[in-house]
Design a protein around this ligand. Sequence first.
Ligand SMILES: C[S@@+](CC[C@H](N)C(=O)[O-])C[C@H]1O[C@@H](n2cnc3c(N)ncnc32)[C@H](O)[C@@H]1O
Length: 254
Amino acid sequence: MAELADEAMEAEFGTVAAWTEQAVRALGPEYAVPAGCRGSGSESALRWLADGLELRPDSRVLDDGAGVGGPAGWLAAERGVRAVCAEPMAEAVRASHRLFGLPGVVADAQGLPFADGAFDAAWCLGVLCTIPDKAAALAELRRVLAPGGRAGLLVFAATGPLTGPQPEGNTFPAAEELPDLLAGAGLRLERTGRADLSDSPPEWTERADAVDAEVERRHGQDPRWQEAQEQSGRVGRLLSEGVLVPWLGLATAR
Ligand SMILES: C[S@@+](CC[C@H](N)C(=O)[O-])C[C@H]1O[C@@H](n2cnc3c(N)ncnc32)[C@H](O)[C@@H]1O
C-alpha cells in the first residue's frame, strides 16, 4: 500500500513535474506560473497569503513543498521577493530553478536543511495532506522561522467522512484540528480564510489547460500520466463535493 502511494506521488509530483517543465518551455514563459501552481491554482489565495506574510523586499522567504515553483515564481514576479524552494522531488526542484531561476533544495518538510530562524516568512501550499506526520513538518517549519516570523498555509481539510476512491498517500486533517496542530508547533494562528480555487483570471486557467494538453499530447499513453490524472481527479472530486475545503491560515512563530 505504501509502495503504491509512493509510486502515485512520484508520478504526480516527480515525473509530471519534469514533463510540465518541458511543456512550458515549448509553449512560452507566460505559461510557467499558471502551470506551476499545482496545489494552489488561485491567484487570490496567493495574494491573500502574500499580504498576510507582510513581506519586505529583503525578506528571507521559504516555499516549503514548492513543487515546480509556480507560487514562488508568482511571488517573485508580483512582490519582487525570491523565495528558496524546498521540495522532496528532484525533478520539481530542477523545474523551479529552470523555469523561475529560483534557488532550491531537495528536502522533506520534516527535515529542512536550514539553520534555526533562517527565514522571516514561509508558505506551505497544498503540502500538509501529503505528509503523515504533520506535527513534525509544522515543528520544522517553526524551527526555521525567526521569532515573530510569519507562516502562510493552504491545507486541503476534511469537513466530514471522505467517500469514494481516495488519492493515494494523502491524509487530510479536519479543519478543526488545524489550530491545535499549529499551536503544538509553536505557531499562533492569526487569521483563517477559504480559497476559491476557481477565481483565477481566465488566462490562468487557459494556460494551465494548454500545458496539460501539451503534456497529454506528448505523454498521454504513459501510465504515469494516467496515474497522475487519476490522483488529481480524486482530489478535484472531493473538493467539488465539498467534503474537502481549501483552508487558508496565517500564523506567527512564537
Ligand atoms: C499539491 S503539490 C503543491 C505544490 C506547490 N506547493 C504548489 O502549490 O503548487 C504537493 C507538493 O508537496 C510535495 N511533498 C510531498 N511530500 C512532502 C514532504 N514530506 N515534504 C515536503 N513536500 C512534500 C510534493 O512533492 C508536491 O510537490
